[in-house]
Every structure is written in C-alpha cells, then in structure tokens.
Design a protein around this ligand. Structure first.
Ligand code: AMP
Ligand code: ZN
Length: 239
C-alpha cells in the first residue's frame, strides 16, 4: 500500500514558498493545540507566538510590562489590552513573521481582535487573520484529562479509560502508586472549560462575522487534524 507522505512529516524541509499569513488556533486545554502548532511551525517554517509565553518572559526579565503582568497573572485575570497589544506589536515586527505566524492565546478579547485587524491593515502586505477552532467531543476530552494518571517515580503516563495500567492504580514498570495532577481533577477541568468558553466566545464571534473562521474535527489522529488545518488555511487564503 502506498500512502501519501504526511504533511507533517518531520523528515521534510519546511515549505517556505507558501505564505500562510497570520493564523489563530483556538481550542480548549488538552485539545492538542500545542502539538498542532508545532506541526504547522515545522511544515511552513513560521513561528508560534504565545502571549502567555511572552508575558512570562517579561515577568522573569522584570520589565515594566512584566511588573504589571506578574500581579494580574497571579490572580488569573487578563492583562490589560493596551499592554498586551503593544507587546504583540513588537513581536510581530520581527522579521521571522514575514510569511505568517501562529497566534496562541491572542486575541483573547474583542478589543484585542479589533486592534489586531487594524494593526495588520496598517502594515502593508499582511493578509488578515484566519481563525481555526479545533473542535472535540466534550466527554472524550473529559475522559482524556480526568483519566490521566502518572507515575511519580518514572513519569510514565496512563489513562484509566484509554490506556489503563496492568494492575489498577500502580505503574507497570516499577509498581509505584499512580497519582493524578491537581488540575486534571474534574472540578478543575470543568472550571477551566468554563473560563475558556467565556473568554473565546467574543473572539470566535468576531472572526465568524468576518467569515474568516473555520472548524476542524479534533477527534482524529494528530496527522489527520494537521492535514485538515493545512487544507483549511489554503482554502480560506484563496477565497
Ligand atoms: P496562557 O499561557 O495563554 O494560559 O496565559 C497565561 C496568563 O497570561 C493568562 O491567565 C493571562 O493572565 C495572561 N494572558 C495571556 N494571554 C493574554 C491575552 N491575550 N490578554 C490578556 N492576558 C493574557
Ligand atoms: Zn513508574
């Protein structure tokens, strides 16, 4: 059987002839956004830009943005739009963003989305943002997260529903009792999902209204999801 090479084949050099432009990946925690971003990064040779990462770097470096962000982030609140926008403008001015980039965690509010559209318009040559939501079945995601257990000794990962250990509650390798991460508990998961939905609703609405929004089915293999993201970006860039 001859199979087409996967678009995310690690052995291949990045396709630098295609300019995907600004992409925004949306999806709840645990949906594989990080993995998909890495695949796209490798495939098209464009950087991933995470405002969470940029903010944490500012905190570590003790910049003026970092001083404000540290306080706000410790309460789990959103850093003010003006600060985040300014930080993003600086990052987007770097040469590695010329053909495109993958935004992660930005825009997170309606104001940020409007600011970004305006900024891109005023920077000649940049196409508008395409937003792609990775959609997954809620119950499947719940099982993926709340079923996760790990071995504190050898770090092996199990899932009580999808990939259980041979003997309940203990590691196959060393027999050590498995543990559950605090933020994998169902109450925490539900709370994080609620927060995610509330914060992305206005952003999704914004890009839907502009017809620059698409959904891909995230309940499939990593490579299938990547393939669909790739074809979706190509289709939307043509229209
Ligand atoms: P994340 O790593 O995306 O979960 O972000 C961690 C924290 O950084 C968030 O809880 C916010 O406090 C802050 N943050 C990240 N991105 C943004 C954004 N676009 N707007 C405001 N605050 C943000
Ligand atoms: Zn172990």
């Amino acid at each position: 059987m001859s199979e087409r090479p996967s678009p995310t084949d690690t052995g291949r050099a990045a396709d630098t002839t295609f300019a995907p432009g600004p992409l925004l990946l949306l999806g709840p925690p645990g949906v594989g956004k990080g993995t998909q971003s890495k695949n796209i990064e490798r495939l098209w040779g464009i950087p991933q830009i995470s405002t969470g990462d940029l903010l944490r770097a500012n905190v570590v470096q003790g910049t003026s943005v970092g001083k404000v962000a540290k306080e706000v982030m410790s309460h789990g609140d959103l850093v003010p739009d003006a600060l985040v926008n300014e930080m993003v403008a600086q990052r987007l001015s770097q040469p590695d963003t010329a053909r495109g980039y993958i935004l992660d965690g930005f825009p997170r509010t309606f104001g940020q989305a409007e600011w970004l559209d305006g900024w891109l318009k005023s920077h000649a040559g940049s196409p508008p943002v395409i937003a792609i939501r990775i959609r997954v079945n809620y119950n499947q995601l719940l099982r993926r997260i709340t079923g996760r257990r790990s071995c504190p000794a050898c770090q092996a990962i199990y899932n009580v529903y999808l990939n259980p250990p041979e003997n309940e509650g203990v590691c196959n390798v060393d027999g050590v009792a498995l543990i559950q991460r605090a933020d994998d508990k169902e109450e925490v998961f539900t709370e994080r999902m609620r927060g995610y939905q509330a914060s992305t609703r206005p952003v999704i609405h914004h890009y839907k209204a502009l017809r620059r929004f698409a959904e891909v089915d995230g309940d499939r293999t990593i490579d299938k999801v990547s393939e669909e993201i790739v074809s979706t970006v190509k289709r939307l860039r043509k229209s």
